[in-house]
Write a protein that binds this ligand. Structure first.
Ligand SMILES: *Cc1c(COP(=O)(O)O)cnc(C)c1O
Length: 461
């Protein structure tokens, strides 16, 4: 088949949608560190997590050994409404760049939520419903996760309470209304509706919020209500597990044409799309069957991998969540109101953190105006209007393709195009008007965040 011209869109058929998720932890020699109880610093047991999370999701969270986990049929049924997502060949972009590199991207923006997040939202809503719960609470940054969860809750008949980072709530009124259309209740965070929100507002009056704050509020909202649990759209092992559908489909599509990527690139906020995209490829790498260069791309304004510490830290600003061992900027780090709202989390998936620590993947940080330049070049050539988060991956993919132009190497690049940017036009407007800046935190700024990382024996960093 290799003589055949690779199509612009490599589609799989409906029955090629994965029927099992792949759990990359099963192939990791160094397992991601367990979540710790913040009081005792002992690994958390399932019983301790049960007041916060759904039972079956806790099992998935703690399962480091089962390589394949069945996707329940009810979830598969909804996946069929928007999956398989296309794996695209960026012929037009390649031509515009004049590069010998071959560029592919896996496009996850083909659903109303506009991103990959629906893949995990459906799974989490399904398990909550199966457990007989009334509803779920969550945080949302840019709004994609909240939208995805609202859709999933509408489908499975669950109540949905969303704490939306205040800066996004104000910048993206349309996102908010999409969530309400699907039946969710949306509260700007930090808010007066929770004790932790009131505490944060008192300490930081006028704060534009952060994902860490919103998480604290959502957890409190769930644990203080009967029949509610908290769900999270990224970072957790279970979320990377659900997102493995991205990588499994991308790999199946490329395998049809005998294509092996040399470089795999994804933007990294909490690490879920990147973790999902790379999982099956990383599995091969871990088992010694193939080698890939894997690159995480993060904003220079929130550089968890490239400038963070590898340490146990809180996932939330209110310090009520379990401790996770990850690359972190400190849970008190509140990034500048950077437009890539989905990449503003201070920490990173423990799975990706371990893989990065073990030298199995790389990370780069990119500045905002360069990201929007890439977004615009991509929109003008490939036609898709990318989410600012996704454009971080585009930036790095273009940079790698331009290196190939210099060296003449015909590398194959695969990147994750996680979503569309229709709700991000205020950011695009700032870019077009030359009002966007490239804020980079100083070492002193970062030190303040590091000072808040908990200190206890075994947590040296
Ligand atoms: C949320 C989001 C991201 C970042 O989250 P990850 O968990 O790191 O994948 C990236 N792109 C889009 C479009 C998003 O909505």
């Amino acid at each position: 088949m290799s003589a055949e011209k690779i199509p612009y869109k490599i589609y799989l058929s409906e029955n090629e949608i994965p029927k099992q998720w792949y759990n990359v932890r099963a192939d990791m020699k160094n397992k991601p560190a367990p979540l710790l109880n913040p009081g005792t610093h002992e690994p958390l047991k399932a019983e301790e997590l049960a007041p916060i999370f759904c039972e079956e999701l806790i099992q998935q969270e703690l399962d480091d050994t089962t390589a394949y986990i069945d996707i329940p049929e009810e979830i598969q049924e909804y996946y069929k409404t928007y999956r398989p997502s296309p794996t695209m060949r960026a012929y037009h972009l390649e031509k515009a760049l004049g590069t010998p590199a071959k560029i592919y991207y896996k496009f996850e923006g083909n659903n109303t939520s506009g991103s990959h997040k629906l893949n995990s939202a459906l799974a989490q809503a399904y398990y909550a419903k199966k457990q007989g719960l009334k509803g779920v609470t969550t945080e949302t940054g840019a709004g994609q996760w909240g939208t995805a969860l609202s859709m999933a809750c509408a489908y499975f008949g669950l109540d949905c309470k969303v704490y939306m980072v205040k800066v996004s709530y104000e910048q993206k009124p349309f996102r908010r209304e999409v969530m309400r259309t699907y039946g969710a209740e949306v509260t700007p965070s930090p808010s007066e509706t929770t004790a932790v929100g009131r505490r944060i507002l008192e300490a930081h009056p006028g704060t534009t919020g952060s994902l860490g704050c919103a998480i604290s509020e959502a957890v409190e909202a769930a644990t203080s209500r009967e029949g509610y649990r908290y769900v999270l759209g990224s970072v957790l092992n279970q979320v990377l597990l659900h997102q493995s559908v991205i990588g499994l489909e991308a790999k199946a599509a490329l395998d049809k044409y005998g294509i092996k990527p040399d470089i795999i690139i994804g933007c990294a906020g909490g690490g879920s799309n990147l973790g999902g995209l790379i999982s099956p490829f990383m599995g091969e790498k871990l088992r010694g069957e193939a080698d890939y260069r894997i690159i995480a791309v993060e904003p220079a304004s929130c550089p968890s991998f490239t400038r963070g510490k590898f340490a146990y830290d809180f996932c939330d600003t209110g310090m009520i969540c379990p401790l996770a061992k990850m690359y972190t900027l400190g849970s008190s780090f509140i990034p500048s109101p950077n437009h890539a709202g989905g990449l503003r989390f201070h920490g990173m998936s423990t799975i990706l953190s371990q893989l990065y620590h073990d030298g199995l993947m790389e990370a780069v940080s990119v500045e905002q105006t360069a990201v929007f330049a890439a977004a615009e070049q991509f929109a003008r050539t490939e036609g898709i209007l990318p989410a600012p988060e996704s454009a971080h991956a585009i930036r790095a993919a273009i940079d790698e393709a331009l290196k190939c132009k210099e060296t003449g190497e015909e590398k194959t690049i695969l990147f994750g195009l996680t979503g569309t940017g229709y709700f991000d036009m205020v950011a695009y407007e700032k870019y077009h008007n030359g009002e966007m800046n490239d804020y980079i935190p100083s070492d002193e700024d970062l030190q303040k965040g590091f000072d808040g990382i908990p200190k206890f024996p075994g947590n040296e960093f």
